[in-house]
Write a protein that binds this ligand. Structure first.
Ligand code: NZQ
Ligand code: ZN
Length: 390
């Protein structure tokens, strides 16, 4: 096991009756709030009214940034910074899914900087402080409510890039599984695939002796397989939504890579898909992951993939380990299919000529080969895109 520091200072308020604590939590950090949300789902489920009521009742001044897009655009963050500066705001409250939270993180970071927010995403500017952030999560997927990361899209440059800063870690996050009852089937499936992908990006490494965290990972994967399906079929199943929500938070908050050397291969490849075609992130991950595992399968990796098959899907490791590994990958694929996630890049509108363009951009944006489970260069990424295209 490698050395690590685990320090995640986000306070989690989990459950049905936690929203009432919102004013108290905000007032620890500020009293002039930028309320950030997406395309209106929080209004449909009545959450917007509840939040506004609580802010008003507690004399918390607020202004709004509405309409943050899935795959949030840099322009929305720029607009948020403008509103926050013009109104002298001192706290950012994100109410929504990962896109809303990620956009809020960029607003927080750009608030004190004399630059266009994209300069922060590309690391031209390295901010040292930002506005404090709190979140009310409405979709279990990205784990952004308890991590420092943010992923932003620039449609002009056709780039979707991740960045992070220490101060972007939310101060608190309110997680009420009931707020996710209304998540459409498509995003329930995509969110489940995203949680699983975060877990697998951490899980598939070689010889690091991190036995304990790999067992945590397997527990999260089994949770997603069990409850992803239930939530997909019965959206208001509290137990399913609650387990998915909590799994989501733990998949990317630093626990599952503690003591491990990880480099996220599938996410690097997927971000090119979303940048190119505005594809839903979790769908892209579910399409790429089985091909990526098949590409990685070798004498070096077969044992790890068999371990996955055995501990996650209950497979027995047969005499031919390669067969067991292939069976495990097939079961993963079938699980995604059972959530009606498309199975190929062709199905979601990509053309064959897109693949080399995206492979080149992937390695360029990654600033070199991806040194994950198996090192991937441009040719390898192209091969995985091709395997996922059929
Ligand atoms: O915009 P609204 O109207 O809110 O609708 C959203 C959106 O259309 C809807 N939705 C959310 N909660 C809902 C709901 N609809 C009904 N009821 C609810 N309770 O769902 C749609 C998707 O929302 P979005 O926030 O885009 O989804 P998600 O949470 O999956 O976030 C995806 C973004 O996060 C990035 C992805 O790349 C993508 O841009 N990621 C962020 C990460 C991070 N910060 O650590 C890591 C991830 O790997 C990922 O890359
Ligand atoms: Zn993800």
């Amino acid at each position: 096991m490698k050395d690590f520091i685990f320090d995640v200072g986000t306070k989690i308020l989990f459950g049905k009756d936690q929203l009432k604590n919102l004013p108290k939590e905000i007032k620890k950090y500020g009293d002039r709030v930028l309320l950030v949300y997406g395309g209106g789902s929080i209004k449909k489920i009545g959450l917007y009214n509840k939040v506004v009521e609580l802010l008003n009742e507690n004399d918390i001044f607020f202004k709004e940034l509405a309409g943050v897009e899935p795959n949030p655009r840099v322009e929305s963050a720029a607009e948020g910074v403008k509103i926050a500066r013009e109104n002298n705001l001192n706290f950012v409250l994100a109410v929504g899914g990962g896109s809303t939270i990620d956009c809020s993180k960029l607003i927080s970071a750009a608030f004190y900087e004399d630059c266009y927010p994209w300069d922060i995403v590309t690391r031209k500017v390295k901010p040292k402080k930002g506005l404090p952030i709190g979140t009310i999560l409405t979709l279990a997927a990205t784990g952004s409510e308890m991590d420092r990361g943010s992923v932003i899209t620039n449609q002009k440059t056709k780039q979707k890039l991740g960045w992070a800063a220490n101060f972007t870690l939310p101060k608190f996050s309110i997680l009420n599984p009931e707020f996710t009852y209304s998540v459409p089937k498509k995003h329930t499936a995509a969110g489940t695939a995203d949680i699983m992908s975060h877990t697998m990006e951490n899980y598939f490494t070689l010889n690091d002796g991190a036995y304990l965290v790999d067992r945590f990972s397997e527990g999260l994967l089994k949770t997603c397989i069990k409850y992803g399906k239930i939530a997909y079929e019965k959206p208001d199943d509290y137990e399913a939504r609650a387990n998915l929500m909590w799994a989501n938070t733990w998949a990317i908050n630093g626990l599952l890579d503690s003591g491990k050397d990880t480099e996220w291969s599938v996410h690097a490849m997927e971000h090119e898909l979303s940048a190119h075609n505005d594809l839903t992130h979790g769908w892209g991950l579910a399409i790429l992951t089985p091909s990526w595992l098949r590409y990685c399968l070798s004498n070096d990796t077969v044992d790890k993939i068999c371990e996955f098959g055995q501990n996650v899907f209950g497979l027995e490791i047969g005499e031919d380990k390669f067969k067991t590994a292939e069976e495990a990958i097939k079961l993963l694929s079938e699980f995604f299919k059972s959530l009606d996630i498309p199975q190929s890049l062709k199905e979601v509108g990509f053309k064959e000529e897109d693949l080399p363009v995206m492979a080149e951009a992937c390695i360029k944006n990654h600033k070199g080969n991806i040194k994950g489970f198996v090192e991937l260069d441009e040719a390898a990424v192209l091969e995985i895109y091709k395997m996922s295209y059929k």
